[in-house]
Design a binder for this molecule. Sequence first.
Ligand code: PNS
Length: 169
Amino acid sequence: MYCNGMSEKRRIAVYPGSFDPPTYGHVDIIKRSLPLFDKVIIAVLENPSKTTALFTPNERVNMLKEILTETNETKLITFKGLLVDCMSNFGANVIIRGLRFVSDFEYEMQMALMNHSLDARVETVFMVARPERTFVSSSLVKEVAKLGRDISPFVPPPVAKALKEKFAI
Ligand code: PNS
């Protein structure tokens, strides 16, 4: 009975982030999450506060558009304000977050608990990054690109191109 109920329910998940810029780490999590949910909404935070964003929201969305094939199972949006408020607009109740290191966990757990206390319908699912992607982060990729080295092993071609243009390499 319980299992039948689960299979009938549409499972809509959100994969939120700054995506400044998107990396192969993000792409890997998106690809691996698709078979787990009926729909995965990639939600780009418009104005990340923790850092000054290198790319505008439009640039980040356009890079993701070039990288991902949009299907009925995916949707690309931007959002501002609380993630849980954005989720309720789309009937989503699962947040997907990638974990790279134990050090990620403390902040991620805090966010998961806060989001659940803001909206008790919301659960967070953590996906463990593939070992070959653990060291790849948007901030390190920006630093390496800024200092003139090739970042093509870490980011899809449209992102590598955009970074080269930003830093006029
Ligand atoms: O890629 P990031 O920067 O680690 O993503 C962080 C993000 C966008 C998931 C987080 O900052 C967020 O959800 N911001 C929206 C504001 C919000 O809902 N804050 C309360 C969450 S605890």
